[in-house]
Ligand binder design. Structure first.
Ligand code: PMP
Ligand code: GLN
Length: 398
């Protein structure tokens, strides 16, 4: 009864990965990398299995990982959290988001997301009986942490129309969910847009939930955690995970930082979802989070080169391409190739071209992408060989 609006269907990522398998197509759809994790991280997990770290970890997560998360937040962002009471380890960001929404949203409460949004948000709001309000994103020249004045090389940041933002809030607003760096656009939310969101949250006594899973995959300016904004930390539940940072999406280790009373409420739900998971992966992720910052920068630089390979190639073929500043994905407009319906195109492409992509409409409520209905999301977290071959196939198809 709770599965509202067709949430029981397989996700668009599962559907499109199935198509890739069925047509032996190159999968630039679902966002998982071809890369191996950093050797230190992989070895730490193997070592943990050998050392017998194979039984239930504590429900809140292994102390060493909670401490590493707290140190990481302090070292990278200057955010102080008590690892004993303000950090919770979860089964990926997926469970972190689920436990948070289910713990904090009562039936009829309103939850605001930007649009387009990661598909899980709408499903979780529906499962909690919440009411989903959206604010359309806009983009403008600038850099996320800078002034936002016109940038030299056409960098874009995400912005929100202030009137639309104000109109989305009401006395029923329970929380606003902010995803930066953003899936699907690969852009970061401009600091002034974040400030406006924090101001509205304070005015309506709403909570802020963040999804920062792409925090370390940035190609220009560094990530700006919303909790660092003045007035934000006490009302913010910050969520991230190891999957993207260390190329271990199958390990499903995530974490939450928030004030103790919020962590207690979220733990109350999390204990009935998985209780605990990933025993040998937790010390490995702790070791990863403590790696030298240069390792993180090298991983991002490597990904940046593949971003350029894919975006340059798509542009040559005739797509209109936006250059992402972070994450795994680029958005390509197939309009210039005479394709106005990206949903239909994504259905045909696996068979016609041997390439899988995700229509941007999958990230909109009711699948209505408006101006973006001819846009596809393509992943560049794949090997150079896969990207090159996909570009060749798209070139022959176009
Ligand atoms: N949030 C966003 C924006 C994502 O793209 C993803 C998926 N990769 C997740 C959350 C889920 O993260 P995890 O794999 O850690 O559960
Ligand atoms: N986050 C991944 C993406 O956007 C998909 C994760 C999933 O399939 N649940 O492609």
């Amino acid at each position: 009864g709770l599965l509202v609006g067709g949430q029981a269907r397989p996700t668009v990522f599962a559907q499109m990965s199935a198509k890739a398998a069925a047509h032996d197509a190159l999968n630039l759809g679902q966002g998982y990398p071809d890369d191996d994790p950093p050797a230190l991280v992989a070895e730490a997990a193997i070592d943990a299995i050998r050392r017998g770290r194979n039984q239930y970890p504590p429900g809140a997560g292994e102390a060493e990982l909670r401490e590493a998360v707290a140190e990481h937040q302090a070292g990278w962002y200057g955010l102080r959290w008590d690892p004993a009471t303000e950090v919770l380890v979860t089964t990926g960001a997926t469970e972190a988001l689920a436990a948070t929404i289910l713990a904090l949203v009562e039936p009829g409460d309103e939850v605001i997301t930007l649009e387009p949004f990661y598909d899980q948000y709408a499903a979780l709001i529906a499962l909690a009986g919440g009411v989903h309000r959206t604010v359309p994103i806009t983009s403008r020249p600038g850099s996320a942490t800078g002034t936002g004045s016109a940038a030299d090389d056409g960098d874009l940041v995400l912005d929100v129309d202030r009137d639309a933002l104000r109109a989305a809030f009401s006395e029923r607003t329970r929380l606003v969910l902010v995803n930066t760096p953003h899936n699907p656009t690969g852009l970061m939310l401009w600091v002034e847009a974040l400030q406006a969101i924090v101001e509205e949250a304070v005015r309506h006594d709403a909570l802020i939930v963040t999804d920062e899973v792409y925090e370390h995959l940035t190609f220009g300016p560094a990530h700006l955690p919303p909790a660092t904004l003045p007035g934000a930390q006490d009302r913010t539940i910050s969520i991230s995970s190891a999957g993207k940072t260390f190329a271990v999406t199958g390990w499903k280790i995530g974490w939450i930082t928030a004030r103790p009373e919020l962590i207690t409420a979220i733990t109350g739900v999390k204990q009935w979802l998985t209780y605990a998971s990933g025993a040998p992966f937790q010390p490995a992720v702790a070791a990863g989070l403590r790696m030298d910052p240069t390792v993180f920068h090298d991983l991002a630089a490597d990904l940046r080169a593949r971003r350029d390979l894919l975006t340059d190639g798509l542009r040559r073929i005739g797509f209109r391409v936006s250059v992402p500043e972070a994450g795994y994905f680029t958005v390509a407009d197939a309009g210039p190739l005479g394709e106005s319906d990206a949903h239909a195109l994504a259905e045909r492409l696996p068979e016609e071209a041997g390439v899988v992509a995700i229509p941007l409409s999958a990230f909109y409520r009711d699948g209505e992408a408006g101006d973006a209905s001819s846009h596809l999301r393509l992943a560049f977290c794949k090997s150079r060989a896969t990207i090159e071959q996909a570009l060749e196939r798209l070139e022959s198809w176009a």
